[in-house]
Each structure stands twice: as structure tokens, then as C-alpha cells.
Design a protein around this ligand. Structure first.
Ligand code: 5GP
Ligand code: ZN
Length: 104
């Protein structure tokens, strides 16, 4: 997606430091952290939001949660919140699916 900031980050067009990356997703720190740890788990595929998921995307969505768990384990986080904003009215600002991982 040409004008999508998370596509540009995932594709390397905007140089960013990844906490983790694999063939399906990237994880990086939120630019405006709302907790001591605030990372975004972002699929490489441009899916605008949960509301736009197509058949087969459930594998990607599951993968994002699995990666969130692995990062949290690696960082030895005792507890954390995972959240997904869906749609403008749901607080979504960047229309490329992402999971927030937050922990204080
Ligand atoms: P949303 O409200 O869409 O669920 O969350 C979007 C998040 O992306 C916000 O927490 C915002 O701070 C973060 N964000 C927006 N643009 C950038 C960016 O260019 N780089 C990074 N690292 N985070 C961003
Ligand atoms: Zn995108």
C-alpha cells in the first residue's frame, strides 16, 4: 500500500529498529509510548483492520498473538495488555492492522 506508514516501516522504506521480525510480521516500539513497554506487532501484509480480514488472514492474526507471547516471554514481562483498535470509532489511527503490547 503506497501511502501506508506501517507498510513503509515493514518494507524498510522508513528505516526502523525492529525488536523482532520474520516472514510474516515485524515488531517495533511505538513512537508515542503509552506504557513503559509499548510495542506494535504488525503484519507485513497490508490488512487495513480486523474488520477487513479476508479468508486466510486468521493465520496471520494468530501469528501476531503468538509473536506477542514470545516477545513478552523473552522480555520476562509478568503481565501485559494486548489490544487492537478497530475502525475510527474504535480509536484506530493507523489503518494497517496492528496489535499493541503494553506493560508497565
Ligand atoms: P492505533 O490508534 O491505530 O491503534 O495506533 C497507532 C499507533 O501507532 C499509535 O500508538 C502511534 O503512536 C503509533 N504510530 C503512528 N505512527 C508511527 C510511526 O511512524 N512509527 C511508530 N513507531 N509508531 C507510530
Ligand atoms: Zn500497510
Amino acid at each position: 500500500m503506497a501511502d501506508c506508514v506501517f507498510c513503509k516501516i515493514a518494507g524498510g522504506e522508513i528505516p526502523s529498529k525492529f525488536v523482532y521480525e520474520d516472514e510474516k510480521c515485524v515488531i517495533f516500539n511505538d513512537i508515542h509510548p503509552k506504557a513503559k513497554t509499548h510495542m506494535l506487532i504488525v503484519p507485513r501484509k497490508h490488512i487495513p483492520s480486523i474488520a477487513d480480514m479476508e479468508d486466510g488472514d486468521e493465520k496471520i492474526a494468530g501469528h501476531l498473538l503468538h509473536c506477542a507471547k514470545n516477545i513478552a516471554d523473552n522480555m520476562k514481562l509478568k503481565g501485559y495488555k494486548l489490544s487492537i483498535n478497530v475502525g475510527k470509532e474504535g480509536g484506530q489511527e493507523v489503518f494497517h492492522l496492528h496489535v499493541h503490547l503494553m506493560s508497565d
